[in-house]
Design a protein around this ligand. Structure first.
Ligand code: DQA
Length: 257
């Protein structure tokens, strides 16, 4: 198999692009819902679990967040946790924290040693991104710098620039998830994935959302996208497909290689 010599080791697990790492999102609004979701999710043995913190209704009560994290970690066992607070401007839920408080919470979570990856959006002020880069590095947590657009697919050059910016921040990986108008936009994402995969030193995660884009979730890894998000319990974005279906498709592709 020719592609992708990049590797990312998370909690002793190597993500190397020879198969996509499959990530299942957790979107519970409280501890009880999170635990219920987790039981379904863990049974499916994903490679990663993403806790979408923006769905958690008590995000402004640090003790409650910490408590939920301990429970999640306990149930997730060896499966690495990606922690994400998606902003409303990039398709997330409204949260009761301003950016300063959000960065403070992310810092506290990173310091617990209970999360393995953290997502932070590229549009944020550079002082925040740089701060999180420092904290993640000193706690051996991977920093994923991300960009989302639920309205459209920016041109190839713009996606390329985002990849370059993430690399300048010394992110461990760059991710973008964008909405296509048509299949040409899906091709833009696949092309950006392929080019960025060869051009950047850091790994890329690239998603074209919605029904048209869902092929990027199934085949994107062959173009260089290292992680794909699927449905374990409930979806967190349009176009995600059930983990079992994804595994079937990946298995078929691997057989033909
Ligand atoms: O950024 C991403 C990717 C995603 O938006 C998707 O399209 O699968 C799902 C989100 O939960 C995650 O944070």
């Amino acid at each position: 198999m020719e592609r992708n010599s990049k590797e990312l080791t998370v909690k002793g697990k190597v993500i190397d692009g020879q198969s996509p790492a499959i990530c299942l999102p957790l979107i519970g609004t409280n501890e009880e819902e999170l635990i219920r979701e987790l039981k379904t999710i863990v049974a499916q043995e994903p490679d990663l679990i993403e806790w979408r913190g923006d769905f958690f209704e008590k995000l402004d009560e640090e003790a409650k967040v910490m408590d939920a994290l301990l429970k999640i970690k306990d149930l997730a066992g060896e499966i690495p946790i990606l922690f994400t607070i998606r902003s409303v401007t990039e398709g997330g839920e409204p949260i009761p924290l301003n950016e300063e408080a959000k960065v403070h919470l992310l810092t506290r979570l990173i310091e617990t040693g209970k999360i393995e990856l953290v997502d932070y959006e590229l549009h944020n002020e550079s002082r925040y991104i740089e701060h999180l880069r420092e904290v993640t590095r000193s706690h051996d947590v991977k920093l994923m710098v991300s960009y989302h657009n639920f309205e459209q697919t920016p041109p190839l050059e713009s996606l390329f620039e985002k990849g370059e910016q993430a690399e300048q921040y010394e992110a461990d990986l760059v991710k973008f998830a964008v909405m296509p108008d048509d299949m040409k936009d899906v091709l833009v994402v696949l092309e950006a994935t392929h080019s960025l995969d060869s051009y950047l030193r850091i790994p890329v995660v690239a998603i074209s959302m919605g029904g048209n884009g869902s092929i990027s979730r199934m085949f994107g890894w062959r173009f260089g996208s290292m992680i794909t998000f699927a449905v374990g319990h409930q979806s967190s974005a349009p176009g995600q497909i059930p983990l079992e279906d994804l595994r079937t498709v990946v298995g078929i592709i691997k057989k033909s290689l």
